[in-house]
Design a protein around this ligand. Structure first.
Ligand code: PA5
Length: 443
């Protein structure tokens, strides 16, 4: 089953033989493990390594949480948050909060910010519901989720007692290291391991993404199947033109070398908004280093045509666009004819909303191309777990290839440490005494 179609015909560039060769070599490096950051290539064959037993173990744990809690609070940040959030938003009814006869537990997120208002509102909102939590941190030491977990843990223990808390708290962390692992072992929480060789932003198909998604009722077996198919479709040895990940990686590097420094990912389906956010982390953290890298930005359309549209059409010509297009909507709404036609919209009568959306997409594509914004189009058949699984792996594989073409280590993130050092110094964390004095003098 073809789950994804890539169209680069409106990019205005041809992928050179040299760039094709670089993409093929980069893809081979992902398999051989001889490239930079090779300790973090566990994601490459992750989909095909997921056995039915592993899915079953995750679904079993999810079922326990679903039985106990009306609200499951998923705690994590960055790669320990965005994958689950992105897939869950994509899979969810946009108006689920209005549905009175709710049968599924609601999965909400915490620890992805340090906002007191957000935390307060969350603690207030869950007061009348039974709760459980999934706490996710690979390092086990990240400040934002650690603070949220301290609060949620206390709330769970206060309500249910320590023994029952161990039935309502699941930890996903490193197999041996970090404060969360120590805490989980001491308290007897069920745990799932984030493999050493899978970095946060590539971890959506580990329990990091799969457990919260299963807890929310997403068909994780279908998600994984979609990823497995894409793993096969992008394997080393696949001819360049048949490998969508290699083609996408190559064309974006051609564009970058031609002066297009910003890639805007967009979609005409608002449910995919957090796929944009997940993608921004994936590409931003993987490629933005050594003074290089395409800046990943995003829009949700058609809404952002009424805010960002002007810039995209007419601003600095350093942009290109990648559009995720969905072939078939799940629901059907048709515009009806109106006897008076006061709004002048009868020319749309009988048309599905999706036809109008499609014409908006095609019209915008040509307008932007005419305005000097190259367009890459990725079409998925529909928004379901299978297609989304395939899309996620496609982007991961392309990211690995693209990072190697660019000549960076796509699997580290030294730049994210700088703010943490400053924050700890400002908060007088033990061990930061000198840094603390120095930074306070600068304020
Ligand atoms: O991709 C990454 O490595 C980061 O975004 C991490 O996922 C993020 O900082 C959270 O880290 P941890 O899972 O260790 O709490």
């Amino acid at each position: 089953m073809e789950t994804l179609k890539l169209d680069i015909s409106k990019t205005g560039v041809a992928v050179s033989a040299a760039m094709q060769a670089k993409a093929q070599a980069a893809n081979a490096l992902l398999e051989s493990g001889k490239g930079a950051g090779s300790d973090f290539l566990g994601w490459v064959h992750l989909p095909s390594s997921i056995t039915p037993d592993r899915i079953e173990a995750i679904e079993k744990q999810a079922a326990k949480l679903r039985e106990k809690a009306e609200v499951i609070i998923c705690i994590g940040i960055g790669g320990s948050y965005l994958g689950a959030k992105a897939v869950l938003e994509a899979m969810s009814d946009s108006f689920k909060f209005l549905h009175k006869k709710r049968t599924e537990p609601v999965v909400v997120f915490a620890g992805q910010n340090i906002s007191e208002d957000y935390t307060h509102e969350l603690l207030e909102a869950v007061k009348e519901y039974s709760i459980a939590t999934i706490v996710i941190s690979k390092s086990g030491t990240t400040t934002e989720p650690a603070i949220a977990f301290r609060l949620i843990k206390a709330e769970i223990e206060k309500r249910y007692g320590k023994q029952e808390a161990a039935e309502r708290i699941v930890a996903i962390t490193d197999k041996a290291r970090g404060a969360l692992k120590t805490l989980a072992d001491n308290e007897g929480y069920p745990t799932f391991v984030i493999p050493d060789d899978v970095g946060g932003r590539f971890s959506v198909l580990t329990p990091v993404g799969l457990l919260p998604l299963a807890a929310a009722g997403v068909d994780i077996a279908a998600l994984v199947r979609g990823a497995q198919e894409m793993e096969r479709a992008t394997a080393d040895g696949t001819p360049f033109e048949k490998n969508p990940a290699a083609v996408y990686a190559a064309v974006r590097n051609e564009l970058y070398e031609g002066g297009k420094k910003i890639e805007i990912l967009g979609s005409y389906e608002p449910k995919l908004q957090y796929i944009n956010e997940w993608w921004k982390q994936l590409y931003g953290e993987s490629e933005g280093k050594d003074g290089k890298g395409i800046f990943p930005a995003s829009v949700t359309l058609t809404a952002d045509l009424h805010s960002m549209g002007q810039y995209i059409q007419d601003g600095e010509r350093t942009l290109f666009e990648t559009i995720i297009s969905v072939a078939e909507p799940a629901g059907k709404v048709v515009v009806e004819a109106d006897g008076e036609n006061l709004d002048g919209l009868n020319f749309l009568a009988g048309k599905r909303i999706s036809e109008i959306n499609r014409m908006a997409e095609l019209g915008v594509q040509l307008a932007h191309v005419d305005g000097g914004v190259p367009n890459i189009r990725i079409e998925i058949p529909q928004i379901d777990a299978h297609a989304v699984g395939s899309l996620l792996y496609f982007f991961e594989r392309a990211c690995g290839i693209s990072g190697y073409i660019l000549g960076v280590n796509p699997f580290d993130q030294p730049g994210v440490e700088a703010y943490k050092k400053n924050m700890f110094a400002l908060l007088d964390k033990p061990g930061y005494e000198e840094a603390s004095k120095a930074i306070k003098a600068r304020l």
